[in-house]
Design a protein around this ligand. Structure first.
Ligand code: MN
Length: 489
């Protein structure tokens, strides 16, 4: 099996899988056109229909306005591809990441030459312009500007010296300026920027683009599984069985991912706020994972860029905000976080978890429960409460029995239709903070909702009561090997 350790080796692996990578030499405009194409080819997720679920990744070789530069999209846009890239069965991905989070391997800093620094552009050079250096696409015609959607932001806490990697949306605002959206009260780089501001200092930050998909997925772990100070690169290290290699940046005191395609080096400015759509005035940022256009923020932070480094003939990597790619990146760590929590509290009672694409990997989890003794009755609902604690942004939990395929939506809805009564099997927990991008969680939607981002967490218990299990046996078929009858095909 070929080893995957960067974007290029990941693309090579996808090329070897029939139907998983489409390449084109046709010119494409990164401004809205590229995303418009991929919406039909493979976006999936919560993207407006028509789109294609489980379509291929794409590699565009001819980018309007750029020479010797490619753009990749959809690399982790299906569970099947992530499974291949992680050498794992698709339904075991959550369990794999759960094990990796428990056996982290810290990154190392390497010396000598780094692939990501083959070409160096310093912001002090007169012709330095992010617009010309980075083929950052827009998702839609009303986006605030060109976005870096898959930038691995890496920074270090001014007090503790602990580093963190997290993905944030970043918009090119000027020749050497990026806006970065950091949610208030975040436990990652936002907390570091807030502390640096208290100290009156800029926060050095590197943004590595086009890396090993193991880093892209594991960087999306959230507290409490990865509290402030837990460097998620160590989970990627565990996944690959060897440390992620970092390299010293050329213009700031921070490290970057040594084999990235591009690295943007800069400093988050203390106390400076940017209006995200200051150039476009559209009111929108870009489409977010719930499937709606994100509002332009008036409270973005400003990154003053010091340098851009890249490989020769670099490959820009991007994703569509609401696509299946987001589901992989957000959902697989969600599955791992829930599994870790329920396995500690209720060992053996939850067989598996699926962070369903319809919730962008964050809002809906389906738990496969096993009741073996009468006292297991009710533990499934205990597991749902644990899931809400393991992943605070979770809104809905569907509980099903072990004979239901949690990765098959038809089967899950079958359980809801035959093992569920709305008046007794719905448990609601109103007034809990979930996620601000759910448009129904707002005071306008209902006055009982005190502020944006507060939701009613809901459990849909579609499991059979333990005492009635015998009455809910599915019709069984004769066991045969169908290959005999299919041989002619
Ligand atoms: Mn992080």
């Amino acid at each position: 099996m070929s080893e995957v350790n960067d974007l290029r080796s990941a693309l090579e692996l996808l090329k070897s899988m029939p139907g998983q990578l489409v390449e084109t030499d046709e010119e494409v405009d990164p401004a809205a056109e590229l995303a418009g194409v991929y919406r039909y080819v493979g976006a999936g997720g919560t993207v407006m229909r028509p789109t294609r679920v489980d379509g291929p990744a794409m590699l565009f070789h001819n980018i309007k306005g750029f020479q010797n530069t490619k753009v990749a999209i959809g690399v982790v846009g299906s569970r099947k591809r992530v499974a291949a890239l992680f050498h794992c069965k698709s339904e075991e991905l959550g369990k794999l990441l759960c094990r990796c989070a428990q056996q982290p391997i810290d990154p190392v800093v390497i010396h000598g030459e780094a692939p990501c620094q083959e070409i160096i552009h310093l912001a002090s050079e007169p012709d330095f312009d992010l617009h010309k250096l980075i083929p950052a696409p827009t998702n839609t015609p009303v986006d605030a500007g060109p976005y870096i959607t898959l930038g691995m932001c890496y920074a270090t806490h001014p007090d503790t010296g602990c580093s963190d990697v997290t993905i944030h949306r970043m918009c090119i605002q000027g020749k050497d300026e990026l806006s970065i959206f950091l949610q208030l009260g975040s436990r990652h780089i936002g907390a570091m920027a807030e502390r640096a501001t208290e100290l009156g200092q800029p926060l050095p930050i590197s943004v590595s683009i086009g890396v090993d998909p193991a880093i892209e997925v594991t960087s999306c772990f959230e507290p409490p599984t990865t509290p402030l100070g837990f460097n998620e690169l160590s989970i990627a290290g565990a996944l690959r069985g060897k440390p992620v290699e970092l390299h010293k940046c050329v213009s700031i005191h921070e490290n970057c991912i040594a084999n990235a395609e591009y690295v943007i080096e800069g400093e988050i400015q203390p106390g400076v706020q940017v209006v995200e759509d200051q150039n476009s005035h559209t009111g929108y940022a870009m489409p977010e994972f719930p499937g709606y256009n994100g509002k332009a923020s008036h409270e973005c932070w400003l990154i003053k860029v010091k340098a851009v480094t890249h490989r020769r003939h670099p490959i820009m990597q991007t994703c569509i905000g609401p696509s299946a790619e987001h589901v992989s990146m957000a959902g697989l760590p969600t599955e791992a976080s829930i599994l870790q929590m329920v396995e500690k509290a209720l060992p053996g009672k939850i067989l598996n978890v699926h962070a369903h694409p319809s919730g962008g990997g964050k809002y809906l989890a389906i738990l496969q429960c096993r009741k073996t003794v009468p006292t297991d009755e009710g533990k499934q609902r205990q597991a749902a409460l644990l899931a809400f604690s393991a992943f605070p942004e979770l809104k809905h939990v569907i509980l099903v029995d072990e004979d239901v395929d949690i990765f098959d939506t038809d089967d899950v809805l079958w359980a809801m239709n035959t093992r569920f009564q709305g008046d007794r099997d719905i448990v609601t927990i109103p007034g809990v903070r979930c996620h601000p991008l759910d448009p129904s969680s707002s005071p306008e939607y209902d006055p009982s909702i005190l502020s944006r981002g507060i939701s009613c967490k809901t459990i849909f218990d579609c499991t059979v009561p333990f005492s009635m299990k015998e009455k809910f046996k599915r019709a069984e078929f004769m066991e045969v090997d169908p290959a005999h009858w299919l041989a002619e095909n």
